[in-house]
Design a protein around this ligand. Structure first.
Ligand code: C5P
Length: 402
């Protein structure tokens, strides 16, 4: 299946250059065609032959090569692309882009380019945090350059921190979003999903039966509509949905921290079944049974409310904050009160009494509640419900920005 879209991929000289091979492979699987410029530094890490074999095309590297210029000058290279992707984008090439330097084929092509540009930075964490790099990134961002990553984690240099190239699949997803804009392209969405686990001791926890199916389906639908979507999920048995950035957490405190870290965002959908309580203290070692089977008490403390925290008025409040309300009685009445109390814009209220099978099931039956009142939605699969909700979000965003 071809999308008919062509990516000009610039591979700069970083240790993560080998991952560019996977970007090409994953991108071609998803219908993208690649033409590749390999910088001199890039060629220190991957060979032109391996790039050419995966791309199914010759690799370009020389600015003043007669053969290359005869076949494809730097101007034609960019004119024939729908998107220019720089991956990995090193501190060096980011600096050159920001300052308009053109001393090789890659930087000359970038300067002659009028197509959308996506960069995937990759470098040592201290380099990434350096004010010079951050200023260059800010310049590029202000110029409309799109940026995917970098992520946090183990770096090739042995240090840990921000600077890791985004996952190849995330880079491809970001490229596809830019190439096939949807109604939510340009907007950032956050979705919380799944249960939270609240540790009692190193082996035990308090959790709940949330499967994460509804939240994951919403994240996938938002990404499919073009939103840059981050899914923050507790432990579930589900695979990561396509096209989303996924952050795996366990506790409510971690979910809150991750959610706050992702702000500002345009849309928040809080679909997680966050544990209301956590043990007041966590035992460092596995707790022992008490003598003579004496009862054991567990002191609980209340967890922070993620939805209410993000929905509270403030400069970082998303334009649209959507919550869920799982109720077992007086569903609309309780959910309407909850919407006001938590200051969210919409609440999807569902009856989770065991006989409905909602928890863990494939279907969901909700009432859609906004300031105007409650609207009963039919029984839908969780995927259909996600699509209906996203259609509603699109309509709301269009209303706000005609
Ligand atoms: O208060 P209750 O748990 O019924 O509210 C449900 C809604 O609030 C859901 O959208 C859920 O994701 C969110 N929530 C939250 N943080 C909590 C508790 C609930 O974000 N600690």
């Amino acid at each position: 299946m071809s999308t008919g879209k062509r990516v000009l991929l610039i591979i700069a000289g970083g240790i993560a250059a080998y991952k560019a091979l996977d970007i090409i492979r994953r991108g071609r699987e998803r219908g993208l065609a690649f033409r590749v410029i390999l910088t001199k530094g890039g060629a220190e890490f991957v060979t032109p032959l391996s790039v050419a074999s995966l791309a199914g095309d010759k690799v370009y590297s020389e600015l003043f090569s007669l053969t290359d210029e005869a076949e494809m000058g730097h101007i034609r290279l960019v004119r024939e692309a729908d998107l220019v992707l720089v991956a990995p984008a090193t501190a060096d090439i980011i600096g050159k882009m920001a300052h308009g330097l053109a001393d090789d084929l890659a930087t000359t092509a970038l300067l002659a380019n009028d197509r959308p540009v996506l960069i995937a930075p990759s470098m040592n964490a201290v380099m990434w945090a350096h004010p010079a790099v951050q200023a260059n990134v800010a310049t590029l961002r202000a110029r409309g350059v799109h940026i995917v990553g970098p992520g946090a984690g183990d770096l090739a240099c042995g240090e840990i921190g921000d600077g890791r190239l985004a996952e190849p699949l995330d880079i491809v997803a970001a490229a596809l979003r830019l190439l096939a804009p949807g109604p939510l392209t340009g907007l950032k969405a956050l979705v919380t999903s799944g249960p939270t686990y609240e540790a009692i001791d190193p082996v035990r926890f308090i959790g709940n039966r949330s499967s994460g199916k509804q939240g994951h389906a919403i994240a996938a639908a938002l990404a499919a509509a073009g939103a840059e979507t981050t899914l923050i999920t507790g432990p579930t048995a589900l695979p990561d949905p396509a096209g989303c950035h996924v952050r795996h957490i366990e506790s409510a405190a971690e979910m809150l921290a991750q959610t706050l870290e992702q702000l500002p965002a345009d849309i928040l959908v809080a679909a997680a079944a966050v544990s209301d309580w956590r043990p007041a203290s966590q035992a460092g070692q596995k707790m022992k049974k008490r003598e003579n089977d004496a009862p054991t008490r567990l002191d609980l403390t209340t967890n922070p409310d993620i939805l209410a925290t993000v929905a509270a008025p403030g400069p970082k409040r998303p334009k649209l904050v959507i919550g869920f309300a799982a109720e077992t009685e007086k569903v609309v009445e309780h959910a309407t009160a909850k919407r006001r109390k938590k200051q969210c814009d919409w609440i999807l209220a569902n009856d989770v009494s065991p006989e409905t099978g909602t928890f863990g099931g494939a279907d969901n039956k909700v009432y859609f509640i906004d300031a105007a009142g409650a609207e009963e939605w039919p029984l839908l699969s969780k995927t259909e419900l996600a699509q209906r909700l996203v259609a509603r979000i699109v309509a709301e965003i269009k209303k706000a920005t005609p």
